[in-house]
Ligand binder design. Structure first.
Ligand SMILES: [Zn+2]
Length: 304
């Protein structure tokens, strides 16, 4: 019988669980709302409960371990959550050890952006590539980098916090406490806020995409602007990492077909000529890129 990984994806709003084969196939999947304000004890209990439920009826010796994708910043060398913006009480919290105690399983912990990059690399849009950058655009902006056929982790495993590249000196405030970060302009809420101000009524990203698709000129202008802001950050990622592909995931990607041309146009204007032919693709596994990547960690397949 093949070995299986239990994977958990701890998000600010959703807690997802998967039972994953070494081939990357997800056999079972489950989700629940994250008890984000209840404190770490309750969250650990919920995660352990989901891990147990998803493996119900599976002989314990088949379970190779538990892979966990969590928002950062994390110190993945020490297994610590250093301070999770959307989860109360997770400050210097020993997430890996507490989950291991609660489940009796060995735990592999990874930043959600890096986990999703691994998922897309191993099973999604980036299969077979040696160099890619994954970018998630949702409540915030996160990412993960595969370079030279391996996962780029950096000091304390904290590489890839691409949303906090400063694009405007002393610009708009960012949830990280700084000003002018790419995330502060390009994340989903920033897009919705800009659209609401411009249109003079409360709108969400989805409705702006729908209006743009229906030919509404102000909505199309907002989408073009959003694509350009995304493109500006992506140009820097091309120059920094020289990926073969930039993979976009996250909630805002429902509008990918509308954003694609504007992103490409910014790349062709601002990237150095040798970088302009890099592909920009949609995450194939969305919304499960991180969950599948977390499962892949258990099998030690994060290295080529
Ligand atoms: Zn920031």
């Amino acid at each position: 019988m093949s070995r299986l990984a239990i994977a958990l994806d701890l998000g600010g709003s959703q807690l997802r669980a998967g039972l994953i084969e070494e081939s990357g196939t997800m056999l079972r999947r489950n989700s629940m709302p994250t008890p984000a304000n209840a404190g770490p004890d309750i969250v650990i209990k919920a995660m352990a409960g989901m891990a147990k439920d998803i493996a119900e009826g599976i002989e314990p010796h088949r379970v190779a371990g538990l892979g966990v994708s969590s928002p950062g910043p994390l110190d993945t060398e020490l297994g610590l959550a250093l301070g999770l913006p959307n989860l109360a009480g997770f400050s210097d919290f020993p997430l890996r050890d507490r989950l291991s105690e609660a489940t009796g399983l060995s735990v592999s912990l990874e930043n959600d952006g890096i986990a999703a990059a691994i998922g897309e690399w191993k099973q999604g849009s980036g299969q077979g590539l040696s160099h890619l950058v994954y970018v998630t655009v949702s409540t915030g902006i996160g990412g993960g980098v595969i370079a030279d056929g391996r996962v780029l982790r950096g000091r304390r495993g904290m590489a890839g916090h691409i949303g906090h590249m400063i694009v405007i000196p002393d610009g708009a405030p960012c949830p990280c406490g700084n000003r002018g970060c790419w995330e502060a302009y390009a994340c989903g809420p920033a897009f919705a806020r800009r659209a609401s101000e411009r249109l003079g009524r409360q709108v969400d990203a989805e409705s702006v995409f729908r209006s743009a698709e229906a030919g509404d000129a102000p909505a199309q202008a907002l989408v073009a602007e959003q694509a350009d802001i995304l493109g500006i950050g992506i140009v820097s990622l091309l120059h920094l990492y020289s990926p073969e592909m930039v993979i976009l995931g996250g909630g805002l990607l429902h509008g990918f077909s509308l954003l694609d041309a504007g992103i490409r146009s910014r790349i062709s204007r601002s990237a150095m000529p040798a970088f302009r032919d890099v592909r920009v693709a949609k995450a194939a596994l969305f919304p499960d890129s991180g969950l599948i990547g977390a499962g892949m960690l258990v099998f030690g397949t994060s290295q080529a």
